[in-house]
Design a protein around this ligand. Sequence first.
Ligand SMILES: [Zn+2]
Length: 448
Amino acid sequence: MRVLLLEKRPFADDLADVAVRTIGVLEREFGPYPYSDFAIVEVPTEPAAQSGFIGAAYAGYMLVRSDFLASTKADVGHFGHEIGHQWWGVSVQRSGDAGDYMLDEALAQYGALRAVEEISGAEAAGSFRSGKAGLGGEENGLRLIAAGFTYPLGRLPHEAAAYALSDAKGYLTYDLLSRTMGADRFRSALAEITREYRNSEVGWEEFLRRLQVHAQQDLGWFYNQWFGRKDAPIVELRWQRDTALRVTLLQRGDPYRLALPVVVEYADGSSQVHWLDTSSDSTTVALPADQPVVRLLLDPRNLVFHATVEEWNRARSLVPFTRGRLLWDHGDAAGAEAAFLGGLDSVPVPDVAGLEFLLRLHIGWIAEEAGQPDKARRQYQKAAQLAARPPEMLARLYWNFSKLARQRGDLATARWAATQVLAADAANGLPPRFTERARQALDETGGR
Ligand SMILES: [Zn+2]
């Protein structure tokens, strides 16, 4: 393990530690690490940004851009993904067009999920899968599908939206497949593939065939449903309690075959998980319930890719934002700004999902990166005044606002905004992303 940095960094040991642990996790998932050594290599921000990447994986090493390294440090999800590519995309490559992104990108992201689950725990894995932690996940997948960027995973075209879909719905489908056929059988199949196709190429059909051989059950329905369909299951949970607890799962549209966890929370603080099968538009089961029920939660750890009715409505109302964000993620700032500005004309009343907040945050953010701090500040101020502010993006808004204030020497505002970052980061129920930076900013501008 080597860590090659451009400057001394206090978290250099953490980088090596997380990388070593991640390789350990992924060897259990994918088989022996395919190279003799691994190195993390920092590259300067400017040239890397010009060629449009924040990180990349090569045989036996990964490149990380300076600014990205400074902000994410030893992020387990990021390392899990890039190290996952050592098996998928670097050693085992794809032959043929089918399986584009699924045989490399989605498997690398599946590795990221496994690393997060093993190293950071089940709760962190739940928020990773949700997509609310700022990485690909269920919410991103639903937004892409709602915005019409939707293709069968088994036939993804080579374009930005398909890449994003593989990092959202794609790896979640592998997670589901692992649970469906059994984690050990899934691991055995992947280890066999990485052994036999080491430094070679495998086709999508052959990949699926190998999984089928290990599955000990027919996967035809799974392949058709998850790799052949391009929509998402939309599921509504209803329940009532009389002599028993009656739970109904309603599906919209052509029903999926699903096994969904339902968590029943009782008045004494205890809870119980029931796995419910559904394959029709309405399924009702009676569950035992000896004591008062407080509430039922449908798949709170996002184990099965699906939308609730509320999530689907939210994804649909954020379509103008999704379109712009996709452009921005792939380097088209001008196109993204035009999409965000256009979206301001169609903000629904009431704007429950916080579309205007997301649009103004991003118009400001693009202006900030283009060196237009006054324009950025005006947009951030308008966003901060809105009633509907998606909690997972609030810390980002105040962090950007704080940085701008500090740049123009307004330390009082910078400090006030940094304290808002701490509150927003602590209140959103996700792993903190800006807290450390905000604390550091408070220290540097006169103590906490
Ligand atoms: Zn990747």
